[in-house]
Design a protein around this ligand. Structure first.
Ligand code: GDP
Length: 596
């Protein structure tokens, strides 16, 4: 299937339901759902999937999918920018010249993407006499044999998938990192699916060949099995063995990139219409909005009026990846720009427009569209909603991205979660790391339908906003058992979706009164929220849960009460628990029905 050019062609709309897709490719909906799952997408029969996803499924069933072209709108038709590739296709062929290839590095976690990006940067970024200090702007350029190559260096799939999600297809070539000691893993497959769907050539960086247990032959075999037949076996996938750690084989990789670039039509018109992709954007305290733009056609100049997603503004300053101020930027160059009025989202297209008025009109319209889109598209991921998606088939997987304050917290969280793995529903930790939850975590979650979990960390404001628009659930914890329990609930929720737990409040045990016939009464002080007579409680001592069950009596002074609020004292007895100690925390919670 797939690679040999014998596929049937099919035209698909930007979004399609699973059922419609099945009909168009003459497959059963079940087959489509299974293929989606194999690619990490959980969908039911009536769910809308986007074109990229549909194309992956279609490809696996022997169809080349093409995106239905929209009515070619006029330049003024706001909210509808043509893709940059279309812009280039519309340029006068005579004007098109070579531009540096844009490369993105994908691969399974820990296979060495970051190490490789750093190694290439360290050994190949040309620094001028002034010795510019490398800036992290989300991309950098290297020179090899006097030709330039642009690398996107946003970690993982984030930038790439975000771009694809917005139809921008930011890269020309994918370098797929596969660790020679570990071989093809789930995210390796995912990366291949992304690259194929975007019709971007793949070069395999067979990393870690320095390791004793490296087994390149086995990896070649695995790659061949999934359609990447090594060139040394007469296939057309270039496989470059290297060691990112020892900085060996890097030149061969750059050589391979240029070779593939020469066989791919990578051109642009430097004098043409200016369009490209936002790679990163953030608010800098002193500089205001800083956005990294990757120019894909035309030349960007200081003073240009730019529309990027729903942001716009006149460019006041531009910096290259070495931190130098520049006046203009040519195709394939990444530049950090100042002057936008708002933070665009990575993956947004940007373009230069002729007037401020035009820019405002476009962004206003887009904001309106976004609002209605947001309502439509919130199909995404919350723990409670997952159940539906899991119902669609036999494979059940909960995908998580975990951020914690310190490395030491990650391991216990990971291992406790793996213990929850019931065989029926598996837990897949796609990514874990230390530090606050950032936009990249959300993008990765959005692209892979994962939930983001934070332990003793926060989500930064850009991440919160993005999570909001993408409909991604962020869950923050500071007690491990709560985290584990929630996930356990979620797993159970997949079987029984109607309930959700909410904590009402906490009280601290300050004294214990022994009363014959009744047992021990805990004299408590309500720290936050409230205790309710008919709710459930847990008794917590350090991180341990000593009891989980019902209240048998709740009194304030002498009276039986239905609730006790923050700042008040109460006496409590529990059904089946007597062993209170001062300092114990009583957590009161209810289990509610969740409207579906
Ligand atoms: P990423 O998750 O794909 O970005 O992987 P990293 O770049 O963080 O690498 C994961 C681990 O593999 C780190 O401990 C690296 O030092 C190690 N590593 C990366 N490349 C090599 C290599 O070529 N050889 C060896 N032995 N270790 C490597």
């Amino acid at each position: 299937m797939g690679e040999n050019g014998h596929n049937k062609s099919i035209v698909l709309p930007p979004t399609i339901t699973v059922r419609e897709l099945a009909e168009s490719i003459e497959a059963s909906p079940i087959e489509v759902i299974k293929t989606l799952m194999a690619n990490g997408v959980m969908a039911n029969i009536n769910q809308q999937i986007d074109f990229d996803t549909a194309a992956i499924v279609a490809a696996e069933m022997g169809y080349d999918a093409n995106l239905e072209t929209q009515e070619a709108g006029s330049e003024d038709e706001v909210g509808e920018i043509p893709l940059w590739r279309k812009v280039i296709a519309d340029e006068d062929p005579e004007e098109l010249t070579y531009r540096p290839p844009i490369v993105t590095i994908l691969g399974h976690v820990d296979h060495g993407k970051t190490t490789l990006l750093d190694a290439i940067r360290d050994t190949n970024v040309v620094e001028d006499e002034a010795g510019g200090i490398t800036q992290h702007i989300g991309a950098y350029q290297v020179e090899h044999n006097e030709r330039q190559i642009t690398f996107l260096d946003t970690p993982g799939h984030a930038a790439f998938t975000a771009m694809r999600a917005r139809g921008a297809q930011g890269a020309d070539i994918v370098v797929l990192v596969v660790a020679a000691d570990d071989g093809v893993m789930p995210q390796t497959r995912e990366a291949i699916a992304h690259a194929k769907a975007a019709q971007i050539p793949i070069i395999v960086a067979l990393n870690k060949i320095d390791k004793e247990n490296a087994d390149p032959e086995r990896v070649n075999q695995q790659l061949a099995e999934i359609g990447l037949v090594p060139d040394e076996w007469d296939g057309d996938t270039i496989i470059v063995p290297l060691s990112a750690k020892r900085q060996e084989g890097l030149e061969d990789l750059l050589e391979a990139v240029l070779l593939v670039a020469d066989n791919t039509d990578i051109r642009a018109n430097p004098n043409g219409r200016v369009i490209g992709t936002v790679i990163e954007a953030e608010i800098d305290r002193s500089k205001g909005v800083m956005a990294t733009l990757l120019i894909q056609n035309g030349t960007l100049n200081i003073g240009n009026i730019v529309v990027a997603g729903t942001a716009h503004g006149r460019l006041r300053a531009m910096f290259d990846h070495l931190g130098h101020q520049v006046q203009d930027a040519a195709p394939s160059a990444p530049v950090a720009v100042m002057g936008l009025n708002d933070v665009p989202v990575a993956g947004d297209l940007f373009q230069v427009v002729d007037s401020d008025k035009h820019a405002r009109a476009i962004t206003r319209e887009r904001k309106n569209n976004l609002k209605s889109d947001a309502q439509r598209e919130k199909s995404a991921v919350t723990l409670e909603q997952l159940f539906d998606q899991f119902q669609a088939g036999e494979v059940r997987e909960l995908r998580l991205i975990i951020k914690a304050d310190v490395q030491g917290s990650l391991e216990p969280i990971r291992s406790s979660l793996v213990d929850l793995d019931s065989g029926d529903i598996s837990i897949n930790v796609l990514h874990s790391g230390t530090g606050n939850i950032g936009k990249n975590d959300i993008m990765l979650a959005a692209a892979s339908k994962a939930i983001v979990i934070g332990f003793n960390v926060e989500a930064d404001s850009a991440a919160q906003r993005l999570a909001e628009t993408e409909g991604i659930s962020i869950r923050l914890y500071n007690i491990i058992y709560r985290l584990i329990e929630d996930i356990e609930m979620a797993l159970k929720g997949m079987l029984d979706p109607e309930t959700k737990e909410s904590v009402l409040g906490h009280a601290e045990v300050r004294a214990i009164f022994r009363i014959s016939r009744i047992g021990n009464v805990a004299g408590c002080y309500v720290l936050d929220g409230e205790l309710r007579r008919n709710a459930l409680v847990r008794v917590l001592r350090k991180d341990e849960v000593l009891f989980d069950g019902e209240i048998s009596s709740l009194k304030h002074i002498q009276d039986d009460v239905t609730e006790v609020r923050t700042g008040f004292e109460c006496g409590i007895t529990l059904k089946g628990f007597n062993d209170f100690d001062t300092g114990d925390i009583i957590e009161c919670y209810i289990v509610e029905e969740v409207p579906i």
